[in-house]
Write a protein that binds this ligand. Sequence first.
Ligand code: BG6
Length: 466
Amino acid sequence: MINSFIFNIFGGTGDLAKKKLLPALYNLYKKDMLPENFKVISIGRRNYTKNQYVNFLMEDTKFSSRDKQLDDFLEKITYYEMNFDDSSKYKDLDVLNKKLGEEIKGDNRVFYFATPPSYFEVISNNLSMYYKNNQKNHQRVLIEKPFGSDLKSAEYFNEQLEKAFDKNDIYRIDHYLGKEMIQNILTMRFTNQLFRNNWSKDSIDNIKIAISENIGVEERINYYDSVGALRDMVQNHLLQILSFLTLERPFEITTESLKKEKLNILKNLKTFTPDSIRSDVVFGQYDGYPVKSETETYVALKTEILTDKWKGVPIYLMTGKHMSEKKAEVLITFKKDTSKDCFFNNDNVENNLLAFKIQPTEGVYLRINSKVPGNNDVSTVSLDYCQTCNTNYSSPEAYEKLLFDCLNRDKTLFASWEEIKYSWTFIDSITKSCESRRKALLKYPRGVEDIKESTKLIGGGKWFLD
Ligand code: BG6
């Protein structure tokens, strides 16, 4: 385990720092998963004293009531005011890091870019001046999404980043990979013989991945309006889940082998043509979206993976804001057994269905066919495992896992540049096409379960279990 570190957060007064990053660090601290010797520098533009900054953090309920442990944690935080584009302030930040480094007797520095993406480049360029003076393997740079807004801008930013920092020190974060049930996809697939040999186009009929939210864009409108659901959710979270679901079993699970297999999926994703945009993509925007624009807050699409193993299996992705509930689920529908066997009353045989319940409930659901007691009829029964129902259990927050892994230099759950590159190629095939601009943006009332056109896309039925 790392023995000391200084955690610099650019965007220390932002929502991400307040609601996710600092609570995640605090949870790790409470669980004794951090070394005693660490410091946090929260970097923000607001003119806060340390006390004011602490009060700002305490507004969030994730910091439970003050106690000795929380006080000790807060003691480790320094608030540093600066404008991210003020080059002169980076020198003082370096001096501060050195000073704190002496206190903790170590010089591991982590830099978390939790700012709007427009600052990523200026921060990375300025930091690089001081970075070079330090030993490379003592630094870590964590980059939030969105990593660019299309392939071209992502390539440009990646070039800048890799010029400024050593590749090994760059961690591109996708917080969905920190979620328990996403990691469980690999465990379930690779430890159960039941699924291992039934995980291809021969047995699987279709795959659905859906993430709905019951809130809108609210105060993130400036960011969101230039991005939309495709870039905000599909380019990263949904495609990463998709690659976990379909990647080939590597000989062993290592950072490199997973990366190679994920890449093989993303490279082989079927991109869109004007025709397939017309038939296989649905865009929506909720009623009352705060500005007049063509930005989608809902997207559903159908694609496939053009490998021998998967070709022909429809893969459906959906995400939307202001829908009826906050939920994320994966549904794997297996092919129906159509063999006619006179012994059974086959009319009632259903497709097997496997669901990964990602949130809010975490669990796994399996639907199988079973005999009706007393006769030879068939009916479906389900095995339903609810992880979050266990009162002794509470899943770590996604960011906890990822921050811990980054501190300990484990990149298994981080996206590589090549993965990001092919994800953008897929998204660009939609966004760069004139057909997308011509396509109707369907208005939907807040709180809907689904949009009619999207239900049609999946051939009727639902995106979620119930
Ligand atoms: C973020 C998106 O990456 O994920 C947000 O930028 C979205 O728009 C959020 O609300 C959803 O994350 P979670 O973990 O709450 O499902």
